[in-house]
Write a protein that binds this ligand. Structure first.
Ligand SMILES: Cc1cc2nc3c(=O)[nH]c(=O)nc-3n(C[C@H](O)[C@H](O)[C@H](O)COP(=O)(O)O)c2cc1C
Ligand SMILES: C=C(O[C@@H]1CC(C(=O)O)=C[C@@H](OP(=O)(O)O)[C@H]1O)C(=O)O
Length: 357
């Protein structure tokens, strides 16, 4: 069970090889039009088994709304959604029953909880992210009403960087590549690694547009801090950059500052956030995913008795988790922004008076 958000709170439940996964999203204002087709289309973008670039595990990921929606509108009560697992094949994992996969959560999970749910990673499997995408779809519907949109795509695979960023191109790409010109090389890198029983990492670029000035706080609930936390909470994410990110530590102030005109900022090195508060420009995140830990190459490890051994893994795994991970980044970003919008309603007296008078 995890919980996230202050006004728009959500928790997820379920394991990769359990009966089902799902979420409870609490705090959605009543009267929001809940477009179920849209929620399903978001799940379809993330679901596994769509191509050779993804895990071979085929899940329909059909989402069912259990509560909180009546006649197509949110009722203001908790929205519960469930997604049943249908293609677990848990027997494939019997050979790693007592073995810790390097790079996965097996070692830490076992030492923390004293048990080993070896069925496909259990709770630590990114299968859970299906539930986040369902919750994120509702957050997207809410912020759309406020003119805010979240888009994303892959801007780097195995060190191969995109030159142009085209969010419309990413929608049509099987690997969600932002740059059609670099897509073939990025695809090749994934398939080469897969053929060599290995995996590759990648970077997702997230763009949040239409955000008003004023979301977030200068300290302790900084918009950049909360977004980074949300992204780092996604499986396999190892770094998050806001705007120019890492580059800004080697830039001069005169290059890094976004000069201000009466009609807005001249550039966007800051990535749309200053002092923990949105500045009205696009919010830009670079989310870095490590290569998939479960690879079929022989590796050295220990078992639950701490005996060393060499082993070769079986099962169905993504050769590059960033691809499907980018959809999860969108969902988490939408949840943070929706939460921040709700929190912001009472941030000054004018706003409060407008509501109550
Ligand atoms: C969408 C998505 C799909 C993933 N698919 C796999 C997979 O098929 N096999 C695997 O070993 N890890 C996969 N991962 C990554 C693991 O879940 C993750 O590395 C593991 O939970 C350990 O956590 P950590 O990498 O954050 O330390 C995936 C991650 C995401 C976001
Ligand atoms: C099933 C999904 O992805 C899974 C994420 C995952 C992992 O270890 O994170 C490992 C693989 O599955 P299993 O848990 O069966 O080993 C992936 O197929 C999904 O995203 O829906």
């Amino acid at each position: 069970m995890n919980s996230f958000g202050q006004k728009l709170r959500f928790s997820t439940f379920g394991e990769s090889h359990g009966v089902a996964l799902g979420c409870i999203l609490d705090g959605v204002p009543a009267g929001l039009k809940i477009d179920e087709k849209f929620i399903q289309s978001e799940l379809d973008r993330r679901k596994p088994g769509k191509s050779e670039f993804e895990t071979a595990r085929k899940e329909a990921d059909k989402v069912e709304i259990l509560s909180g929606v009546f006649e197509g509108l949110s009722t203001g009560t908790p929205i519960a959604m469930v997604i049943y697992n249908t293609n677990q094949k848990s027997k494939d994992y019997s050979n790693i029953k007592d073995i810790f996969r390097p790079g996965h959560a097996d070692f830490t999970y076992f030492h923390k909880y004293g048990l080993r749910d070896y069925r496909g990673g259990g709770r630590s499997s990114a299968r859970e992210t299906a539930a986040r995408v369902a919750a994120g779809a509702i957050a997207k519907l809410m912020i759309k009403e406020l003119g805010i949109e979240v888009k994303s795509g892959i801007c780097e695979i195995d060190g191969i960087k995109s030159k142009n960023l085209n969010y419309e191109a990413a929608k049509k790409s099987i690997i969600f590549a932002l740059d059609a010109e670099m897509e073939d090389a990025q695809k090749e890198a994934i398939l080469n690694a897969k053929n060599e029983h290995d995996s590759v990492g990648g970077v997702s670029r997230v763009k949040i547009s239409g955000v008003p000035v004023g979301l977030g706080q200068p300290l302790y609930y900084k918009l950049d801090g909360v977004l980074a936390d949300a992204m780092m909470g996604i499986n396999a994410v190892k770094a998050v950059e806001i705007g120019d990110g890492i580059l800004s530590s080697s830039a001069k102030g005169s290059d890094n500052n976004d000069e201000i005109r009466s009609n807005g900022f001249e550039s966007n090195h800051a990535g749309g956030i200053l002092g923990g508060i949105s500045n009205g420009d696009d919010i830009i995140l670079n989310v870095h995913f490590k290569p998939t830990p479960s690879i079929f190459k022989e590796q050295h490890t220990v078992n639950t008795k701490n005996e060393e051994l060499d082993f070769s893994l079986k099962g169905r795994h993504d050769p590059c988790v960033a691809i499907r991970g980018t959809i999860v980044c969108e969902a988490m970003a939408a949840l943070v922004i929706a939460d921040m919008c709700l929190l912001n309603m009472g941030s000054n007296m004018d706003g409060i008076l407008k509501y109550y008078k």
